[in-house]
Design a protein around this ligand. Structure first.
Ligand SMILES: [Zn+2]
Length: 303
């Protein structure tokens, strides 16, 4: 009996010794393959991001610095995985598609309120995609469903806000302040319309559905979490827009505006909110709240 025991133990220990040598080798090979796949994704991501952002800049939708920022976020998403790159492309294509849809009509409707910019700047791109990119970076350091859902919540909030603004301005009718429910001029931050809000929820649902489809192992409730996170992020954006965002006034036309120089030629004065709280800051706040909501819902629903 002792002998049998000894033989087994020896065989087992030999197996263990073999495993002890094999395991680091397997881990090393897996790491090399992982790394190679990542390099491949980064290269493919650079080509795709270069093409998409190049096209957008050619159409005047991105400034040169805006293109650089969008390219960086695109390559980062590709490094994180194919699904992330596709999600970012879905966001970029749908939101820029809606932005250029009847652009001249929208420009005419909001000429008194919104600053007229040609091509999104780096700051504007970072305000919409920066929080998403930040959580992807955290996830690259140590993969976690928490960071992944946070990135999705931020992306859904940015998408919801864009869909709500672009559709609301065109088809939503007269907006009301989300805070005081008084009528506000078209294009002023903090103003919402029923149709615009529904379009925003659809924008959040769009990202949530794609995420649930492309990242099926992430969380069984991905669709619900991301849709709610995106909607909460969008509403927070409007609340911040109605309360703390900088608002200016034209003394000649007696109109509220976000423009520094009114179309009448008059220089407008800062009258409400914090001067540093620009539309970009408010967009970034919406994305951060979208991310935090996703993390909170993930914890609550898991428990
Ligand atoms: Zn004026």
């Amino acid at each position: 009996m002792w002998a049998t025991c000894n033989v087994r133990t020896r065989a087992e220990s030999e197996q263990f010794t073999a495993l002890a040598f094999a395991r680091p080798a397997v881990i090393l090979i897996a790491l090399v393959i992982d790394f190679q796949e990542m390099i491949l994704r980064v290269l493919a991501g650079a080509v795709a991001a270069g093409a998409v952002t190049g096209f957008a800049r050619g159409r005047g939708m991105l400034s040169p610095e805006g293109q650089g920022m969008a390219f960086t976020i695109g390559v980062l998403a590709a490094a994180a995985g194919w699904a992330w790159a596709l999600l970012l492309i879905a966001f970029f294509v749908s939101s820029t598609g809606l932005t250029i849809w009847r652009a001249e009509d929208k420009r005419r409707r909001t000429i008194n309120t919104m600053p007229q910019v040609s091509g999104r700047t780096a700051r504007q791109v970072a305000a919409n995609g920066g929080v998403f990119a930040l959580f992807l970076l955290l996830n690259l350091r140590g993969a976690s469903p928490r960071w992944q859902l946070a990135a999705l919540g931020a992306l859904a909030a940015a998408n919801a806000d864009t869909w709500a603004t672009e559709i609301g301005v065109l088809l939503g009718g007269t907006p009301r302040s989300i805070f005081t429910w008084q009528r506000v001029a078209l294009g002023m931050s903090g103003g919402i319309t029923v149709l615009g809000t529904l379009a925003g929820v659809a924008g959040a649902l769009f990202i949530a559905e794609l995420a649930a489809l492309m990242l099926p192992t992430l969380d069984p409730r991905t669709l619900l979490i991301v849709m709610l996170a995106g909607t909460v992020g969008m509403l927070s954006d409007s609340i911040a827009g109605a309360t703390v965002q900088a608002r200016r006034y034209c003394d000649r036309c007696r109109e509220w505006t976000e423009r520094r120089v009114h179309p009448c030629g008059y220089r407008t004065t800062h009258r409400h909110g914090f001067t540093w709280m620009t539309n970009d800051t408010v967009n970034a706040i919406g994305a951060v709240i979208g991310a935090c909501t996703a993390i909170t819902l993930h914890r609550l629903l898991r428990g």
